[in-house]
Write a protein that binds this ligand. Sequence first.
Ligand SMILES: Nc1ncnc2c1ncn2[C@@H]1O[C@H](COP(=O)(O)OP(=O)(O)OP(=O)(O)O)[C@@H](O)[C@H]1O
Ligand SMILES: [Mg+2]
Length: 250
Amino acid sequence: MISLQHLVKTYGTFTAVDDVSLDVAAGEIHGFLGPNGAGKTTTLRMIAGLLKPTSGRIIVNNHDLATEAEAAKASLGFIPDRPFIYEKLTAGEFLRFHAGLYGIDGIGVGDRVHEMLELFELGRWENELVEAFSHGMKQRLVMSAAFLHRPQSVVVDEPMVGLDPRGARLIKDVFRRMSQKGVAILMSTHTLEVAHEMCDRISIILKGRIIARGTVDELRALSGGGDAHLTEVFLKLTGGSGLQEIDEVI
Ligand SMILES: Nc1ncnc2c1ncn2[C@@H]1O[C@H](COP(=O)(O)OP(=O)(O)OP(=O)(O)O)[C@@H](O)[C@H]1O
Ligand SMILES: [Mg+2]
């Protein structure tokens, strides 16, 4: 589970994340939606322990990130929006290196590495250098690393960017299976079809503040009812379709 309580991040006088509270239960896939610059990545990086909150609490799998950072991080998988991978490692080496970071480099790690590479359809690339990988393959490798240590919660920043339809389907299936096993997943995305299809609940963030939360139907009701596409609901809740502005300019 992930619990954010009154989370704030300021840069000088600018507040990037403004009093965000959010709970993701075990087994839940929670969508984190919002326009560019709304504060999604900043929030997710704080959960991953890469950015220090200005104030507020972060609880990951019952561990307070401020006081039990190691236990919290050991139980979390983080998939950043722009992952860094050592290009001179092979896929297998990268995963074994990652396993070492999480202290799971003992007996059985080889099997676990194979299992994850197979799951993400990278099995035959185990001994190839990462520098030869396509964008989508790197993306899948980073995901296999994030799930390697069997985290109870996973935070993922825009997982679908640049994946081909097969890759996107694979990732959706993996996330769904992980959530069925009780993993809590918090996922930012701009792909509203993905959010609609996968997320149990969605939180919408605008200028650092959560402005709406619920199932797709609950969000529809908040935005005036009907059976509107999630894109319309999102645009209504975050302040207009933009078409009027376009008309004025044209
Ligand atoms: N180090 C920093 N210093 C100052 N401002 C920052 C810093 N990092 C982020 N910001 C600002 O915080 C705000 C939130 O950025 P963030 O990256 O969290 O947005 P986002 O919701 O992930 O957007 P996108 O959809 O484009 O990925 C932006 O206005 C950004 O410019
Ligand atoms: Mg972002």
